[in-house]
Design a protein around this ligand. Structure first.
Ligand code: MN
Length: 227
C-alpha cells in the first residue's frame, strides 16, 4: 500500500523520568465536574450531571509555548488533572476502573470562551470553542506505578504569578474511577486515550505574553507561555 501523502505523525507525550513516550489515541474531556465551576458557568450542579466532549489528538502541546489562536478575543485557561489510559475496555465497573489507568498528567483545556458561549446559546456543538489547534498543553505523564492513584491533592493555577484557581482533586463531582466508568459506557476506551477531568472555579482570560503555571500535588508543575 502506498499513501497519496505521508500519514500524519503520531501525537505523543513523554513519560516522566523515562525515555519512553505515550502515543495519544483520543482526547476526551469532562465538563462541569467541579460544582463551583459549574455555577460560575451558569449551571446548577444539583440538577445537571457532568458532560463529555473531545479534542483532536494533535491538539496537544508538549513544549512550553502555545500560540494565541485565531477568531477569539477571550481565550481562557482551565487547569485540569489528566488521566492517561493504558488498557482498553468498555462498560468498565467503577471498582475495576483504576486497572485501566497508566498514569496522570497536568493539562490545560484551553477554551475560546466567546465561541463556546455563542455555540451554547445557539444549541450548537462546542468544537470551535474547545477543539482548536494547540488547545491542549500537557505535561509529561507520571506513571501510577510511581505516583500512585490521584484521588485528592491541591490543584492550583497562576497567571503571571497571580493565583487564579485553587481547589482540591477531592472536590471532583465524578472522581477518576467514576469518569472512566461513565465514559466507557459511551466509548470503548483504548490504550493512548487521555481524559481531561474538568476544571475548578476561577477560569479567566489570558493574552499573548502571559505565563500560566499549573500545579497538582504529587505531579509537579506545567508552565505554558502564550505567544
Ligand atoms: Mn475543561
Amino acid at each position: 500500500m502506498s499513501y497519496i501523502f505521508p500519514p500524519p505523525p503520531v501525537s505523543a507525550i513523554p513519560i516522566h523520568a523515562s525515555s519512553h513516550w505515550f502515543p495519544v489515541h483520543r482526547i476526551y474531556c469532562v465538563g462541569k465536574n467541579y460544582a463551583a465551576h459549574a455555577r460560575e458557568m451558569g449551571s446548577d450542579p444539583t440538577k445537571e450531571v457532568p458532560c463529555f466532549f473531545t479534542k483532536p489528538a494533535d491538539a496537544i502541546v508538549t513544549n512550553d509555548a502555545m500560540p494565541y489562536p485565531p477568531v477569539t478575543s477571550n481565550l481562557h485557561y482551565e487547569g485540569e488533572l489528566v488521566i492517561a489510559i493504558g488498557k482498553r475496555g468498555a462498560d468498565i465497573a467503577v471498582a475495576d476502573a483504576l486497572d485501566h489507568v497508566y498514569g496522570y498528567a497536568l493539562g490545560l483545556d484551553m477554551t475560546r470562551r466567546d465561541l463556546q458561549t455563542e455555540a451554547g446559546r445557539n444549541g450548537q456543538p462546542w468544537d470551535t470553542g474547545k477543539a482548536f489547534d494547540f488547545s491542549a498543553p500537557i505535561s509529561a505523564i507520571y506513571p501510577a506505578t510511581q505516583v500512585g492513584h490521584i484521588s485528592s491533592g491541591r490543584i492550583q493555577l497562576w497567571v503571571n504569578d497571580n493565583l487564579r484557581q485553587d481547589s482540591d482533586i477531592s472536590d471532583l463531582i465524578w472522581d477518576c474511577p467514576q469518569i472512566i466508568s461513565e465514559l466507557s459506557k459511551l466509548f470503548t476506551l483504548q490504550e493512548g486515550d487521555l481524559i481531561f477531568t474538568g476544571t475548578p472555579a476561577g477560569v479567566g482570560p489570558v493574552v499573548a505574553g502571559d505565563v500560566i503555571k499549573l500545579s497538582i500535588e504529587k505531579l509537579g508543575t506545567l508552565l505554558t507561555r502564550i505567544c
